[in-house]
Design a protein around this ligand. Structure first.
Ligand code: ADE
Length: 250
C-alpha cells in the first residue's frame, strides 16, 4: 500500500516530482494526484491546498480513493516557540487547532465530539521523521550553505504544532496566540494552516499520520517577506531530503 506525501505548496512538491519513478497523474476532486515510486516505495504525491478544509478534502480523497496506508505531511510553518528559528525543522508530536472555539458549549480549543484539544501523530512514523529531519538539518549548512542568523546550528525540534485558517503575520498576533495556548497548557512550537485537519481525518479513519514543517518565518511582522523567499529557495530542498531519507527507513 502507498504512502501519501502531502505538501502545502507546489514549490515544496516540485523536487519530489523530479524523483518520481513511473509517474502517472490522476485527477480527482479537482486535484492532481501523482502516483509512482520513490526509492522503490509506492507513493501518492498530492498538494493539500491551503487551509484546513482544502487539506481535509485532499486527505479524505487519499484515503477513500487511493487507499493509502499512511499520510506524511511536509511543508513550512511559522516558528513561535522559544529557540525555534528560521531554517529549523519542527516534527509534529501532536496538533491543536488554534482557531477552534466552541465556547461556552465546549472548553476553548476542545474539538467537539472528540473530548480533547490535541490529536497525537503516529509515534513510530514521527520517530522516523524526526531522524530524517535531524539528518537534514545537520547537513543543511554543508549541502546548501544555509547559515543561521543567530550563529547556532539549525535544529530539529519535536512538539506541539497549531493549525488555523490564518497566516499569522504580526508579532502581536503571534505572541497573543502563543501565550493564550501556553496558559492553557499547550506549548506551541509552530503555526501553520493544514496539519491539524489532516490529523483529524487520519484519526477518524484510524490511519497513521506524521508531519514535518520547516520554519520559514517567525510568524511576525516580517513573516510575509520571509515566507515567499524561503519557499522559493529552501523549502523544496528540505522536503526532498527529508522525504527521501524517511522513505528509506520505512
Ligand atoms: N506557514 C508558514 N508560515 C506561516 C505563518 N506565519 N502562519 C501560518 N502558516 C504559516
Amino acid at each position: 500500500m502507498s504512502t501519501a506525501i502531502l505538501s502545502a505548496l507546489p514549490e515544496e512538491q516540485s523536487s519530489l516530482l523530479q524523483h518520481l519513478a513511473h509517474p502517472h497523474r490522476v485527477m480527482h476532486a479537482g486535484r492532481a494526484f501523482w502516483c509512482g515510486e520513490l526509492h522503490d516505495r509506492p507513493v501518492v504525491l498530492a498538494l493539500s491546498g491551503i487551509g484546513k478544509v482544502a487539506a481535509a478534502t485532499t486527505a479524505t480523497a487519499l484515503i477513500e480513493h487511493f487507499g493509502v496506508a499512511r499520510i506524511v505531511f511536509t511543508g513550512v510553518a511559522g516558528g513561535v516557540g522559544d529557540g525555534v528559528h528560521r531554517g529549523d525543522v519542527v516534527v509534529a508530536q501532536d496538533y491543536v487547532q488554534h482557531d477552534m472555539d466552541a465556547s461556552p458549549l465546549f472548553p476553548r480549543w476542545e474539538l467537539p465530539g472528540y473530548a480533547c484539544s490535541r490529536l497525537a501523530c503516529d509515534t513510530a512514523l514521527t520517530a522516523m521523521l524526526f531522524e530524517a529531519a535531524n539528518l537534514c538539518v545537520t547537513s543543511a549548512s554543508g549541502l546548501w550553505g544555509l547559515k543561521t542568523i543567530h550563529g547556532d546550528a539549525h535544529r530539529a525540534h519535536r512538539g506541539l504544532v497549531a493549525s488555523g485558517d490564518r497566516f499569522v503575520s504580526t508579532a502581536h498576533e503571534s505572541e497573543r496566540l502563543r501565550t493564550a495556548l501556553r496558559d492553557a497548557g499547550h506549548d506551541v512550537l509552530a503555526v501553520e494552516m493544514e496539519g491539524a485537519a489532516v490529523a483529524q481525518v487520519c484519526h477518524d479513519y484510524g490511519l497513521p499520520f506524521a508531519a514535518v514543517r520547516t520554519i520559514s518565518d517567525r510568524a511576525d511582522d516580517e513573516a510575509h517577506g520571509d515566507f515567499s523567499q524561503f519557499v522559493q529557495t529552501v523549502a523544496s530542498r528540505y522536503a526532498e531530503h527529508m522525504v527521501l531519507s524517511f522513505l528509506q527507513k520505512l
